[in-house]
Design a protein around this ligand. Structure first.
Ligand SMILES: CC(=O)N[C@H]1[C@@H](OP(=O)(O)OP(=O)(O)OC[C@H]2O[C@@H](n3ccc(=O)[nH]c3=O)[C@H](O)[C@@H]2O)O[C@H](CO)[C@@H](O)[C@@H]1O[C@H](C)C(=O)N[C@@H](C)C(=O)N[C@H](CCC(=O)O)C(=O)O
Ligand SMILES: Nc1ncnc2c1ncn2[C@@H]1O[C@H](COP(=O)(O)OP(=O)(O)OP(=O)(O)O)[C@@H](O)[C@H]1O
Length: 489
């Protein structure tokens, strides 16, 4: 790309040195700079990208975008800007020629349900014969190939790269999980969303946002970032049972589609029945009431498919086509996913790691628990992350008959510090604190009797446990099945 054309997109204070005619790439990581590229220095939480500018030059960068003049050796042009992070979003969108404007962009935000709702929409699109891409906690899924990503919402450059790749592959739509960190840190700058979806807002990430108010406001940016271009049919899809929806409705001028189970909503579920592998309900919509029978289990999944329904309705799909897809949906990986086993137990793997998700996961299992059986709930929490949610997590876990408190990526924190914080919230005495997660899983199985239900929460789709800086292989399901075979066979 012509360098002058690219940088015409940003205001800059000064250019030092001779700009090359063209650049072939842009980068924010000195370790992966291509020759003849433009390197943007980003101030991070751990290091400052300005300190890696020289390394980027050595790797072949020919232009550096920086907040101050740097003493660099070699032939290099420097563009001085006020805020490199802001410049990054604009340059990345321009470099990839604003790819989000050529696809239907769907952003899903909320404390819980982002992965579930995004995955549901993505799979429904594919079921309808559309090409779709999805990015989020599980990675970037393009044409069935999953690419790992470090974050739920990736940095602004990777985000534009992903959208560009989806566009080049001919995707009709891209669904993105939008985290509050991503919004607050400007990782979504330049993404032109068509539909913004809100699931719910409950306690999480206060180590980063400080207060619920700040956390909620960060999520609201998705709705204000829908913009003001009324030549486009854009929508906000809001959960009418969550009080934050009223605030988000005020943050956009586009039409609102609401969904829910309790308050008035455009899409509402009534007469819900829950089993361990089937959920049925009546979906009340603007064009009639439709019976739905689906494999996704739990009330939270009724919310999730209602949100997805609103997204498809907004795009003009017929209700019978939408419902056919919902009825075909396979359970979302690691979200109240029933483990296939011949053990006399019902075992679920779930990703709940917030107080609200824990309550929802347990409530999803209660309707089919027989009075003579126990519901055993294992829950861990991450080390060196939001500690304030720990007691509230255990408080919700107390709904279960027996609780195993453990760790979920302890990182550099002592096991006892994590389980001790959790234990402060327990409302009954039927629990054990076992920091080693594999041991904790075995313990949960050891206290189970035939007919009991066990939910292993927190790891979901993840197949590792992070201790220190190292990822160790870990599978709750495999350990549980092995322990179950020893106990019951
Ligand atoms: C606090 C936070 O958000 N950190 C993110 C941030 O890392 P950082 O600030 O430490 O970056 P850094 O390592 O200091 O690097 C600064 C700059 O120097 C550059 N650098 C660095 C080293 C080098 O040798 N050369 C070089 O050029 C880096 O490429 C970068 O441009 O930038 C990184 C690259 O974009 C992110 O991967 C990283 O997310 C970390 C892994 C993280 O844990 N983030 C969490 C808090 C997060 O964002 N979570 C949300 C929500 C998840 C949820 O909903 O549950 C998410 O969206 O993932
Ligand atoms: N709509 C919902 N409301 C409340 N809880 C939900 C909802 N959907 C899923 N959950 C619960 O939250 C857990 C996490 O779900 P999911 O991964 O979809 O959320 P997420 O927002 O992507 O979370 P994260 O950002 O941490 O990855 C699930 O395992 C389930 O227990």
């Amino acid at each position: 790309m012509y360098t002058e054309e690219l940088i015409s997109a940003i205001p800059f204070k000064e250019i030092i040195g001779q700009l090359p005619n063209t650049i072939v790439d842009i980068s924010i990581d000195s370790r992966s700079v291509q020759p003849k590229s433009l390197f943007i220095c980003i101030k991070g939480y751990t290091v400052d990208g300005h300190d890696y500018a020289q390394k980027a030059v050595e790797m072949g960068a020919t232009v550096i975008v920086t907040e101050r003049q740097l003493q660099l050796e070699g032939e290099i042009a420097q563009i001085i800007v006020q805020d490199t992070n802001r410049a990054l979003g604009i340059l990345a969108a321009k470099f990839f020629d604003y790819p989000s404007t050529d696809m239907t962009m769907i952003g899903v935000t909320g404390t819980n349900g982002k992965t579930s709702v995004s995955g549901i929409i993505h799979h429904m699109l594919i079921g309808m014969g559309e090409k779709s891409a999805v990015s989020g906690t599980i990675g970037f899924n393009l044409n069935g190939i999953l690419y790992e990503s470090a974050n739920t919402t990736s940095d602004a450059l990777s985000t534009q790269q992903m959208i560009f790749r989806a566009k080049m592959e001919g995707c009709h739509a891209m669904v993105m999980e939008v985290s509050s960190h991503g919004l607050a840190l400007g990782r979504l700058a330049g993404v032109d969303y068509d539909i913004a979806v809100f699931t719910n807002l409950t306690h999480d990430h206060l180590d980063f946002h400080g207060t619920m108010e700040e956390y909620g406001n960060a999520k609201g940016l998705l709705f204000s970032q829908l913009g003001q271009d009324f030549t486009k049919n854009k929508y906000a899809v809001l959960n009418s049972d969550d009080p934050w929806s009223e605030k988000y409705a005020k943050m956009t001028s586009y039409p609102i589609l609401t969904y829910g189970l309790v308050n008035d909503a455009v899409f509402k579920a009534e007469n819900c029945c829950y089993d361990d592998n089937l959920t049925t309900f009546d979906m009340v919509t603007p064009v009639g009431t439709f019976p739905v029978s689906m494999q996704l289990i739990g009330e939270f999944n009724v919310y999730n498919v209602l949100a997805a329904t609103a997204v498809f309705y907004a795009q003009g799909y017929e209700m019978d086509v939408i419902i056919e897809q919902i009825e075909d949906l396979a359970p979302v990986r690691g979200r109240m996913e029933k483990v296939k086993t011949d053990l006399p137990l019902k075992i679920f793997i779930d990703y709940a790691h917030t107080p609200d998700a824990i309550e929802k996961a347990i409530n999803a299992a209660l309707p089919y628990k027989k009075p003579e059986n126990k519901l055993i709930f294992l829950v861990g929490t991450g080390g060196n992350r939001d500690k304030s949610k720990r007691p509230a997590m255990a408080e919700k876990a107390s709904i279960a008959d027996y609780v195993v408190l453990t760790t979920d990526d302890p990182r550099f924190e002592e096991y006892d510090s994590i389980t001790g914080d959790l234990a402060k919230g327990m409302l009954h005495e039927n629990y054990a604190c076992i920091g080693d997660r594999a041991e904790a899983v075995r313990h949960a199985v050891s206290v189970a009797d035939p007919g009991d239900i066990i939910i292993f929460a927190g790891k979901g789709h993840e197949d590792y446990q992070i201790i220190g800086n190292t990822k160790y292989p870990h599978s709750d399901a495999e350990i549980a099945i092995e322990a179950g075979r020893l106990k019951f066979v």
